[in-house]
Write a protein that binds this ligand. Structure first.
Ligand SMILES: C[S@@+](CC[C@H](N)C(=O)[O-])C[C@H]1O[C@@H](n2cnc3c(N)ncnc32)[C@H](O)[C@@H]1O
Length: 236
């Protein structure tokens, strides 16, 4: 702007080029700061989290192990001699719990690679891919007695998209359980935002004797996750 308050032409495209260049770099700086701040907060939270320390001391691969232990304490899910399926098993905390509780066979699948574990048959693959699911089931000598799912989709930041992706994973886990569980078997899955959707609940109630929700103490209070536990599979 000139002294007399009027805009002067500064040459072809000069003003807009400079302005957008400055905006871009400011945006980059803000994004960079936000990323650093959130990873700093994440690291601080990890260091202060008693379950992270406990998991390290007790040899569990993930603090998530305590969620299953606490769910089991209340709901009596894990028994000796069971065949157990763990959907979304990385890094393996839930499988460690199942192995420790004396499961006969434990199989797991995850998009991410998982360190091998004695007593567990692990597939790097996608629950939505029937070939990967088949490969996982090859580790079982019979129908599973317990299907676990702690699956969580990577968040996009778009609330509705994230919600739909999570619901799709829960529906996938329920469909898997209904197709494969042995009679009398149990199902436990992470669900979000106050509980399973109406459709999921209806399916579970139609196929299981009891259906309950639980928020284990080790699940962070600020997290929208809760778990649905269905017991006494009645068949397809
Ligand atoms: C919270 S972690 C599971 C932690 C696990 N229960 C434990 O104790 O170590 C959720 C996992 O779900 C997996 N996951 C998400 N979508 C999946 C899919 N379509 N197929 C297989 N795994 C999936 C993610 O890769 C992630 O590792």
């Amino acid at each position: 702007m000139s002294d007399d308050g009027k805009r002067r032409w500064k040459g072809p495209g000069k003003e807009s080029k400079n302005t957008s260049g400055r905006q871009m770099s400011e945006r980059k700086v803000i994004a960079h700061r936000a990323k650093n701040e959130s990873s700093k907060r994440w690291i601080e939270r990890q260091l202060q989290d008693p379950y992270v320390r406990k998991a390290k001391d007790e040899g569990y691969r993930a603090r998530a192990a305590y969620k299953l232990l606490e769910i089991d304490e209340k709901m009596d899910l894990l028994r000796k001699g069971q065949r157990v399926v763990d959907l979304g098993c990385a890094p393996g905390g839930w499988m460690q719990v199942a192995v420790k509780k004396g499961a006969l066979e434990v199989v797991g699948i995850d998009l991410l690679p998982v360190e091998p574990m004695e007593g567990a048959h692990i597939i790097e693959g996608d629950v939505t891919n029937p070939e990967d699911v088949e490969a996982m089931l090859e580790g079982l000598s019979g129908a599973p007695d317990l299907v676990l799912s702690d699956m969580a989709a990577n968040t996009t930041g778009h609330k509705q998209t994230d919600h739909l992706r999570t619901v799709a994973l829960v529906e996938m886990a329920v469909a898997f359980a209904v197709e494969h569980l042995a009679p009398g078997g149990s199902f436990c899955s992470k669900v979000f935002q106050g509980g399973a959707t109406k459709e999921v609940l209806e399916t579970l109630k139609a196929h299981f004797k009891t259906v309950k929700h639980i928020k284990p103490p080790s699940s962070r209070a600020g997290s929208p996750e809760i778990f649905v536990v269905a017991k006494g599979f009645k068949g397809r």
